[in-house]
Design a protein around this ligand. Sequence first.
Ligand code: HEC
Length: 179
Amino acid sequence: MIDRPKHDEHDEHDTRSVMQNLTSFTIVSGAIFAVYAIGMAIVPGAVLSRTPPTPGTVALSTQAQRGRNVYIGEGCAYCHTQQVRPLAQDRVWGRPSVPGDFAYATPELLGTERTGPDLTNVGARQADLWNEIHLYQPRSLISQSIMPSYKWLFVTKSRAERGDVSYRFRLRSLPPERS
Ligand code: HEC
């Protein structure tokens, strides 16, 4: 005959030790996660948020903040970075970025993909008019460009009103529409 009560006791013991193992596994992995989260995210975040701005870095004007919101909304950061790495191939964009450069730009739009060039200080590199035309139709200036055209950011009027920013220019030959 099978000794049932004894067998059940054995099962119960097994279940209890599995539960104990699970509890200690959860506590240990939770503790490891907490240590990593504090050491790699919370402490560096707190230290960096106290980093003073690099000399010459100024708070964003309302207009610049609006531009930043457009940059986020249109997903420019999917194709562009705003971080100069301390590498030879990045020297073309100027000195390497330091944490203080981003004091007024939280969350930082560092980006990870460089489908297009890094845009750090692009305003100093390219004239306003160039940037406006390029944004309206990149292929009018760079014929092989794969950057989308952002025509919807512009209002086309036949007559400029007071306060409008307007440019009079004639685009030479535009390649076929590829916006
Ligand atoms: C699909 C990828 C893609 C997206 C999205 C994109 N770009 Fe570009 N961008 C490029 C490529 C590729 C170039 C290089 C060719 C050119 O100049 O058109 C470029 C070039 C530029 C340049 C000229 C940089 C220089 O050094 O001459 C500026 C400025 C720029 N992009 C701004 C923007 C802005 C602002 C947005 C969002 C509104 C944006 N881009 C979205 C791909 C992209």
